[in-house]
Design a protein around this ligand. Structure first.
Ligand SMILES: [Zn+2]
Ligand SMILES: [Zn+2]
Ligand SMILES: [Zn+2]
Length: 539
């Protein structure tokens, strides 16, 4: 890191089949700045047509020193030409390196433009606007005599896609180590890169809204990318792209503790690949100090943590479950995928033997149902998204009494996963009757009931809130049916029963499954639970 040493660590030499190249003349440890330099000329910021580019390059080359001109003219040109102007344009297009992420401006660098391509490059080029120079950093340990390489690719795809991009833009067939792997290893490498790319596309498709609406799933995808980039050995070029995504998801959902950890992982990766004076290092060092300075902070607070707090908080003693808690009662999009082995949810890395490692319960309101071959429902989740729910139980839904199957009632499914159906959009394939319970109340009604019970049934120094009029008092009169709510007078109780709908709530409140649901320590996992749900307090 730091300043370039006075003697170069490389020599320009002939490389068989590639023209000139840079060869390390000493061992270069990872993170070393191999060189940094200013361009001898650039395309300028706003290049319009090819003709304009040609004119600009003609002027620029004309004003170079004789030595620079000779060096420039000795560079490769892969484009056909009829005169020197066209030839110079060809040399420029063949050799220019991007100055900035937009690829709009290119520059000619006498040393860096000599560096050849490899798909598993050991060095990285970066236009550092703070230094106003292009830097080349070793992203792996490079041994003396090894060729120094950078990547000309926009991103690292499978072998065929890489070869196409290189032939199209640079007219050569790559024979780097990655492109010359034996067939079985090449297949493994391709399937890994395909998966990373597939995940990239899904994350990109979700856009900024997806960071919140599908937060858990998106974080699962980034987590999978990190796992892939770490196999068989950590690949920093890949990891440095994954961790900023993880940071964005955490900060967009208010999880300061995790956001800081992800930012901390980005900093050394940027130090190694683009250097400590780079804007990236400055940006992420600032985010480590104060993640709230990021633009996405505050989009959602559903994973809210303070900086030093662990995400999963212990539920306070006597505290009841909050049905609006999206960690425990996630939306459909946040459920783990049946095909994924999301380690946040499951242990064991094979599909047949996975077991949940935490509790979660999917809540959704019945919108519609029919039972042609099997019971099938359309349900609406906590975000208002509708999805199909198919009953693949032994009795295909016949196990449910007809009285429970009503529009507007709410299904609760423990440890639900997303299932990709062949014939329709993704939904839930319900197999084990013990995992499901239907509550005779709307989803909204259920959620506000959990809130009410929280407020009304908890007493503070013997003072309780009347479920009817909302006044505080020390009355001992409870509803005799559910014994979950208090009233100051019988008048309040009667009014609440008839006018405020306690009648419907009361049925749910009496239900031992409901009581257990509120009292279960959802954050403490000690083996999976099932319906009928019982806890120590309610059994
Ligand atoms: Zn290659
Ligand atoms: Zn009252
Ligand atoms: Zn009651």
């Amino acid at each position: 890191m730091g300043a370039t040493t006075s003697l170069p660590m490389y020599a320009v030499e002939d490389v068989p089949g590639k023209g000139k190249g840079l060869i390390a003349t000493e061992d270069i440890p990872k993170g070393t700045r191999i060189t940094s330099e200013k361009p001898i000329f650039t395309s300028g910021e706003h290049v319009g047509t090819m003709e304009q580019l040609e004119i600009r390059i003609h002027q620029q080359v004309g004003s170079l020193s004789k030595d620079q001109q000779r060096e420039f003219c000795s560079m490769e040109n892969i484009y056909p030409y009829n005169n020197s102007t066209e030839r110079w344009r060809g040399i420029f297009r063949t050799n220019a390196l991007p100055m900035g992420p937009e690829l709009a401006t290119g520059g000619i660098f006498l040393k860096a433009c000599r560096i050849n391509h490899a798909c598993d490059n050991n060095a990285q080029n970066f236009w550092n606007e703070n230094l106003d120079q292009l830097t080349i950093h070793a992203v792996r340990d490079i041994v003396k005599g090894e060729e120094i390489t950078i990547s000309y690719l926009r991103s690292r795809r499978n072998r065929r896609a890489r070869q196409e991009e290189l032939r199209e833009n640079f007219k050569f067939t790559c024979s780097c180590r990655l492109c010359s792997l034996p067939p079985d290893q090449s297949r493994d490498s391709d399937s890994k890169l395909d998966r990373v790319h597939e995940l990239d596309c899904v994350i990109e498709e979700g856009g900024v809204p997806g960071l919140v609406s599908s937060a858990r799933r998106m974080l699962g995808y980034v987590d999978e990318q990190v796992r892939l980039w770490n196999e068989p050995a950590p690949d920093e070029v890949g990891l440095v792209r994954a961790y900023p995504d993880a940071f964005q998801i955490a900060i967009a959902n208010g999880d300061l503790a995790r956001a800081r950890i992800f930012a901390q992982r980005v900093v050394p990766l940027y130090m190694n690949s683009i250097g400590d004076e780079s804007p990236g290092v400055a940006q992420y060092s600032k985010l480590v100090r104060d993640p709230t300075t990021h633009d996405y902070y505050g989009m959602s607070m559903k994973w809210k943590t303070t900086l030093d707090e662990k995400r999963r908080k212990e539920t306070a003693q006597g505290q009841l479950a909050d049905l609006r808690d999206r960690e425990t009662f996630p939306c459909f999009d946040d459920l783990p995928d049946e095909q994924d082995l999301d380690t946040d949810y499951f242990e064991c890395r094979d599909m047949a033997n996975r077991r949940p490692v935490r509790h979660w319960c999917f809540l959704a309101e019945i919108q519609d149902f029919n039972s042609f071959i099997r019971l099938q429902m359309t349900v609406k989740d906590v975000d208002g998204a509708t999805l199909p729910l198919f009953f693949h139980t032994n009795r295909r839904g016949d196990e449910l009494p007809q009285s429970q199957i009503q529009k507007g009632y709410t299904v609760a499914i423990l440890y639900a996963v997303r299932h990709a159906f062949m014939s329709c959009e993704p939904g839930i394939r319900h197999e084990n009757p013990q995992m499901m319970k239907i509550f005779h109340l709307s989803l909204d009604g259920l959620q506000s009931l959990s809130e009410k019970v929280q407020n009304v049934s908890t007493e503070l120094d013997g003072v309780r809130t009347c479920h009817g009029c909302g006044q505080k008092g020390t009355s001992r009169k409870r509803c005799g049916r559910c014994s979950s709510v208090w009233y100051c007078t019988r008048v309040c109780q009667k009014a609440d029963w008839i006018e405020e709908g306690h009648k419907a709530e009361c049925k749910v409140l009496k239900d031992p499954d409901w009581r257990a649901m509120l009292r279960l320590k959802w954050d403490e996992f000690d083996g999976h639970v099932h319906f009928p749900l019982r806890t120590r307090e309610t059994s």
